[in-house]
Unconditional design. Structure first.
Length: 122
């Protein structure tokens, strides 16, 4: 039960991060004259940082291998993001979507690997 609550807490932080990112993106689009390409790149990098931080925190508390912990968490977060995307925004999935989620999953795996290595130093 404790693991499930930990995963749900991680998903809650993820959704909160997405909401804050959406708010910042909306403000940037509304008040500045930056292009949509820049905002899309900013969103991708910020989402990659969110994955990295959440998997880093999970890796610090994990007792298993770092890549496995990062893979589990990243797939869970990617599935959440995919559900949100399919419900609210798009109705089709392209190959570029899988590439996008693959990059995010790799960012989460690296975050968890670094997190589990930082735990061993302490």
């Amino acid at each position: 039960m404790e693991k499930i609550l930990r995963y749900l807490k991680n998903v809650g932080y993820f959704i909160l991060g997405i909401l804050i990112l959406a708010f910042i993106s909306t403000l940037m689009n509304y008040f500045t004259s930056v292009s949509m390409g820049f905002i899309n790149t900013f969103n991708t990098i910020a989402l990659l940082i969110i994955y990295f931080i959440l998997c880093f925190k999970e890796g610090k508390t994990s007792s298993s291998k770092g890549w496995w912990c990062g893979l589990k968490n990243s797939i869970m977060l990617s599935f959440t993001l995919l559900l949100i995307s399919l419900i609210f925004f798009t109705k089709d999935i392209k190959l570029s979507t899988f590439l996008y989620y693959g990059i995010l999953i790799l960012g989460g795996i690296f975050g968890s690997i670094i997190g589990i290595n930082k735990k061993k130093e302490n």
